[in-house]
Design a protein around this ligand. Structure first.
Ligand SMILES: [Fe+2]
Length: 253
């Protein structure tokens, strides 16, 4: 594998060179919701890999499957940013997205290296699995760390550029075009991570938007899809916000 993909990054802490963003009025933040989802998926998967029982065949399948799912999610996410957000920034601020675009090139190399490590662990003899699993865990931790810093830059520096050069109405249109490009299965994968990662008011807003955009039966299916991943307290608050009964199947008309 390429160790360069995981070299410890000596860049200054993102908070040290990012402008303080304090818009006079709250602006539409295209990064925050999906990044909350990614932070949950990254850290949850890291913990799973760390506690993997390499002698348990079922757990090997499920955990390495979760790693593959995470890497797929990260790949699609950066592709969406490359397709929609970076061109939007650079259309009005030449080279404005260069830093995070360069990060994406490194992330793709890291993703391929992590895929290879996962495959190597999957194929390894029992006596070598623990060593390979610890190596994978450490490299995944570095990938998580890099992504946490990268997302902070996007939420500060890139958002500052988007807010300076675009109205919220234009950002709504940009976001709609991004969402419309996703296949239905990807919407469900993102919801599985985004809904539990959000604060209750954000979660209620997202689900109200989802309810407005789909038939009632489809919305019930959507709720059932995300419910196992939301804590009981959060689910009760969501139920009150949406005006639905305790069980999704009893949702009010
Ligand atoms: Fe990114």
């Amino acid at each position: 594998m390429s160790h360069a993909a995981f070299s410890s990054d000596a860049r200054p802490a993102a908070s040290a060179d990012a402008p303080v963003i304090a818009p006079a009025a709250p602006r539409l933040d295209l990064y925050a919701p999906i990044h909350k989802a990614l932070r949950l998926a990254l850290t949850d998967t890291l913990v799973l890999v760390g506690r993997l029982d390499v002698q348990d065949p079922g757990e090997m399948v499920s955990t390495l499957g979760r790693l593959e799912d995470l890497l797929d999610l990260c790949t699609r996410h950066l592709e969406h940013e490359n397709t929609f957000l970076h061109p939007a920034i650079e259309a009005r601020q030449p080279d404005g997205a260069r830093r995070t675009a360069d990060d994406h090139v490194e992330h793709l190399a890291s993703i391929e290296a992590l895929r290879a490590e996962g495959e190597a662990l999957r194929a390894a003899r029992p006596e070598t699995r623990a060593t390979l699993a610890l190596r994978l865990y450490r490299h995944l931790a570095l990938f998580v760390a890099e992504n946490l810093q990268h997302m902070h830059v996007e939420e500060t520096v890139n958002n500052a550029l988007l807010w300076a050069h675009y109205s919220d109405a234009e950002l709504v249109d940009l976001h709609k075009r991004l969402l419309d490009s996703l296949p239905p299965a990807e919407h469900l994968v993102v919801a599985r991570w985004m809904v539990p990662a959000m604060a209750p008011a954000e979660r209620a807003g997202m689900l109200q938007g989802a309810r407005a955009g789909m038939p009632p039966e489809a919305f019930l299916g959507y709720l059932e899809h995300v419910r196992p991943h939301v804590d009981a307290r959060g689910w009760a608050k969501l139920g009150r916000a949406l005006g639905i009964a305790e069980r999704p199947g009893q949702a009010a008309a």
